[in-house]
Ligand binder design. Structure first.
Ligand SMILES: Nc1nc2c(ncn2[C@@H]2O[C@H](COP(=O)(O)OP(=O)(O)O)[C@@H](O)[C@H]2O)c(=O)[nH]1
Ligand SMILES: [Mg+2]
Length: 274
């Protein structure tokens, strides 16, 4: 396919200046005084790029490619997962006011159960708890937090899926993702989606990340995902993570920051409604 057929002439989404978004996020502090930090929960299949997204955010803010959140080199192999909070360091002694948790899910026979995701959303899952797909966390477990504060709760939920997998998601996985979405909606928690690995799904993006919002194929996948799961377009972001790069660059930073900024703004709205 020639470039004429695979790319729109103009991007279908234009993004703000990276510096503006960077500064917004740098100074971000929840207005709601009941909380110290905005808690973002990433969920999605093993190998979707959740840890990589956290590392990408870290890289943008550090100005160099960071490797901190452990990435699964052997994606798809791990069956249990610890509930852990990731913070992004600002200065030697301080952190940014948004934090991440991640949770794997939705594979048919493994991954975290939908009920456990709901408990995490409500703040009942204590740090360090090891999810087990054979056992659902309950009030009798030590890792069950019986009375979570607003700080412990999830303030914004982000679904992470490789964009090339959108057409391959099984009915069962889609059903589980919808269930989680519904549970979050019941709790009033805003939700977004990040579609990763666009470089693998579209050769033009593999060559040049500036083509991210020009790729006709990727736009089709975004539309498809939007219809399948009921995410409005403004809550779906394409992100190429830092995985093979040695240095950070403004083109990639812009895409990572635009997703993060929207996540933070949605989460901030949630906190202000409490
Ligand atoms: N090409 C490409 N690879 C990626 C991207 N994001 C993540 N990966 C790779 O996908 C694999 C799984 O990523 P990981 O972050 O561990 O997924 P997780 O299980 O959701 O935390 C790793 O080898 C990453 O380097 C991306 O945007 N593009
Ligand atoms: Mg991971």
């Amino acid at each position: 396919m020639g470039q004429e057929q695979s790319l729109f002439k103009d991007p279908w989404r234009t993004l703000p200046e990276s510096k503006e978004m960077f500064n917004f996020l740098k100074q971000y502090k929840p207005q709601n005084e009941q909380v110290t930090r905005l808690r973002i929960l990433l969920h999605g299949p093993v190998g979707a790029g959740k840890s990589s997204f956290i590392n990408s955010v870290d890289s943008v803010f550090q100005g160099r490619v960071a490797v901190r959140a452990p990435m699964d080199a052997t994606s798809g192999e791990s069956f249990t997962q610890k509930y852990k909070t990731y913070k992004i360091r600002k200065e030697p002694q301080s952190f940014y006011n948004f934090i991440f948790n991640d949770i794997m899910g939705f594979e048919s026979d493994r991954g975290v159960q939908v009920e456990d995701v709901k408990l995490a959303l409500m703040g009942h899952v204590k740090e360090g708890y090891r999810f087990n797909n054979c056992h659902q966390l309950n009030e009798n477990d030590n890792s069950y937090n019986p009375d979570p504060t607003l700080d412990d709760r999830v303030h914004v939920l982000v679904c992470v899926v490789p964009v090339g997998s959108v057409s391959l998601l099984s009915d069962e996985v889609v059903k589980k993702m919808r269930e989680v979405r519904l549970a979050a909606s019941d709790l009033g928690i805003p939700q977004l989606a990040i579609l990763t690995k666009p470089d693998e799904a579209c050769p033009e993006v593999g060559k040049n990340v500036e083509n991210l919002y020009k790729s006709i194929y990727l736009k089709e996948q975004v539309d498809k995902f939007s219809v399948m799961l009921g995410f409005p377009l403004n809550s779906i972001f394409l992100v190429k993570n830092y995985n093979s790069e040695i240095n950070t660059n403004d083109g990639m930073n812009t895409h990572i920051l635009s997703a993060l900024k929207q996540i933070v703004m949605f989460g901030e709205d949630f906190l202000n409604d409490q």
